[in-house]
Design a protein around this ligand. Structure first.
Ligand SMILES: *[C@@H]1O[C@H](CO)[C@@H](O)[C@H](O)[C@H]1NC(C)=O
Ligand SMILES: *[C@@H]1O[C@H](CO)[C@@H](O)[C@H](O)[C@H]1NC(C)=O
Ligand SMILES: *[C@@H]1O[C@H](CO)[C@@H](O)[C@H](O)[C@H]1NC(C)=O
Ligand SMILES: *[C@@H]1O[C@H](CO)[C@@H](O)[C@H](O)[C@H]1NC(C)=O
Ligand SMILES: *[C@@H]1O[C@H](CO)[C@@H](O)[C@H](O)[C@H]1NC(C)=O
Length: 196
C-alpha cells in the first residue's frame, strides 16, 4: 500500500470521515467523462478501484502513482482537462493522433516530471500556455499538426538552456511569427517552411 493510500485510510479510521483516496483515478475519470470514446479504449477505467494502476493505457510507479498515459491513435474526441495537472509524477503524456480539441489547460504546466508531451495530429487550438515553461524535465514536445495560434512563449525556449528540452515540433499550426534556430543550441525545432 502506498503512503498516500495509507494516510487516507488512517484519516478515515481516526476522524471517521470519508475522504478521497484515489485522487489520480478521479483526475483521470474527470478526463474520461469529457471524452467521446467510440472504440471503448477507456473501458477498463473503473473509478471504483483503489487506484488507476490496473487500467489499460495507464502505467504507475512502485508507489502506485501514474507515470505514463499511452493514448495515441485511440480515436478519442474531446478536450484536455485541468485535472490532468494533478498527476504529479506523470512523465509521458502520449495522446497523439486523436481528435482532441480545445486549448492546453494552464495546469499542464504543473507536471514538472513530464519528459514527453506528445499531442501531435489532433484538433487542439488556442495559445500555448506560458506555464509549459515550468516543465523542467521536458525533453520531447510534439505539438505539430494542430490549430494552435498566438506566439510560442519565450520561456519554452529557455527550457533548452535551463531545462532538458531537446526536441520540439511546432510545424503545421497557425502560430504567428518565426522561430529562429540560431539562438538555440541543441533543440531540434521543426516548424512551418513558410516561417523560416
Ligand atoms: C473513429 O470514430 C468514429 C466515430 O466517432 C468512427 O466513425 C471511425 O470509424 C473510428 N475510426 C477508427 C479508426 O476506429
Ligand atoms: C471530432 O471532434 C469534434 C468535436 O468534439 C466532433 O464534432 C467530431 O465529430 C469528431 N470527429 C470524429 C471523426 O470523431
Ligand atoms: C496548478 O496550476 C494552476 C494554474 O497554472 C495553479 O493555479 C495551481 O496552483 C497549480 N496547482 C498545484 C497543486 O501546483
Ligand atoms: C514535424 O511535424 C510535421 C507536421 O506534422 C511532420 O510532417 C514532420 O514529419 C515532423 N518532423 C519530425 C522530425 O518529426
Ligand atoms: C532569437 O533570435 C532572433 C534574432 O536572431 C530574435 O529576434 C528572437 O527574439 C530570438 N528569440 C528568442 C526566443 O530568444
Amino acid at each position: 500500500m502506498d503512503s498516500q493510500t495509507l494516510v487516507c485510510l488512517l484519516l478515515v479510521a481516526v476522524i471517521g470521515v470519508v475522504v478521497d483516496c484515489n485522487s489520480e483515478g478521479d483526475a483521470l475519470n474527470a478526463w474520461r467523462s469529457q471524452l467521446v470514446d467510440p472504440n471503448n479504449v477507456l473501458q477498463s477505467w473503473d473509478p471504483t478501484l483503489v487506484n488507476p494502476c490496473t487500467w489499460f493505457h495507464v502505467t504507475c510507479n512502485s508507489q502506485n502513482s501514474v507515470i505514463r498515459l499511452d493514448l495515441g491513435n485511440a480515436n478519442l474526441s474531446g478536450p484536455l482537462v485541468p485535472e490532468l495537472g494533478q498527476l504529479a509524477n506523470l512523465q509521458y503524456l502520449e495522446a497523439f493522433g486523436n481528435n482532441l480539441s480545445g486549448a492546453i489547460p494552464t495546469e499542464i504546466g504543473n507536471l514538472t516530471s513530464l519528459v514527453s508531451l506528445n499531442l501531435q495530429h489532433n484538433q487542439l487550438s488556442g495559445p500555448i500556455p506560458a506555464s509549459l515553461g515550468n516543465l523542467i524535465s521536458l525533453s520531447f514536445l510534439n505539438l505539430n499538426d494542430n490549430s494552435f495560434s498566438g506566439i510560442i512563449p519565450s520561456n519554452l525556449f529557455q527550457l533548452v538552456q535551463r531545462g532538458n528540452l531537446r526536441f520540439m515540433n511546432v510545424s503545421d499550426n497557425m502560430f504567428a511569427g518565426t522561430v529562429h534556430r540560431g539562438n538555440l543550441t541543441v533543440t531540434t525545432i521543426i516548424q512551418d517552411p513558410r516561417a523560416s
